[in-house]
Ligand binder design. Structure first.
Ligand SMILES: Nc1ncnc2c1ncn2[C@@H]1O[C@H](COP(=O)(O)OP(=O)(O)O)[C@@H](O)[C@H]1O
Ligand SMILES: O=C(O)C1=C[C@@H](OP(=O)(O)O)[C@@H](O)[C@H](O)C1
Ligand SMILES: [Mg+2]
Length: 174
């Protein structure tokens, strides 16, 4: 069974924090982007270039569905909430869904030199901000908890998630 699912915009730290949590809990990390790359046999940039975003989203939904049969820490990609079917899966699960929330300025700062995210290049800073505004309520709609990351290191974010998860267990035990 999955322990926790991380959602949030690009650059909020889902992959990095997922790695820390996986190491701390001694659990596997499942990163949807890595699963997509493995399934397609090419990079995300190349999938977007060869087949377009729609094809990428289809693969993303497939690997999300498959991930629910696995164990560990699930790091999603920022666009996973674009699909209503994906949102339904995330809303219906009993697994905690943590929204890593970071403001657009900090996100752009983290990603401006990044070459692996096609949408960062396509949209630029203003376009990313618009996408952030449009997606923010979608992340809220699937999340059981929200953790802000602007002024926190990945280690601090992980510690806060661990604290939330330990409270979660206590609540279930009561
Ligand atoms: N809390 C944080 N503070 C500062 N930089 C961060 C933080 N979390 C992640 N980063 C950096 O932001 C970039 C994107 O992180 P990543 O984990 O790939 O995000 P995501 O998977 O959400 O897109 C990386 O360079 C990472 O080191
Ligand atoms: O937000 C998005 O639409 C995307 C986010 C990326 O994952 P990260 O959120 O891990 O960067 C990756 O799936 C792809 O570049 C598209
Ligand atoms: Mg990631």
């Amino acid at each position: 069974m999955l322990d926790v699912i991380l959602v949030g915009f690009m650059g909020t730290g889902k992959t990095t924090v997922g790695e820390v949590l996986a190491a701390n809990f001694r659990r596997p990390q499942i990163d949807l982007d890595a699963e997509i790359v493995a399934a397609a046999g090419k990079s995300i940039k190349q999938i977007f270039a060869d087949s377009g975003e729609t094809a990428f989203r289809q693969l993303e939904t497939q690997v999300l569905q498959q991930a629910f049969a696995k164990s560990g820490i699930l790091s999603t990609g920022g666009g996973v909430v674009e699909s209503a079917a994906n949102r339904k899966l995330l809303q219906q699960t009993s697994i905690p869904v943590i929204y890593l929330q970071t403001g657009p300025a900090a996100i752009f700062d983290r990603l401006k030199g990044d070459d692996g995210r096609p949408l960062v290049q396509q949209l630029g800073q203003a376009g990313l901000r618009d996408l952030w505004q449009r997606r923010a309520p979608l992340y809220q709609s699937v999340a059981t908890h929200t953790v802000t990351t602007d002024a926190r290191t990945p280690l601090q974010v992980s510690q806060q998630i661990q604290q939330l998860l330990s409270q979660e267990v206590v609540i279930h035990e009561i």
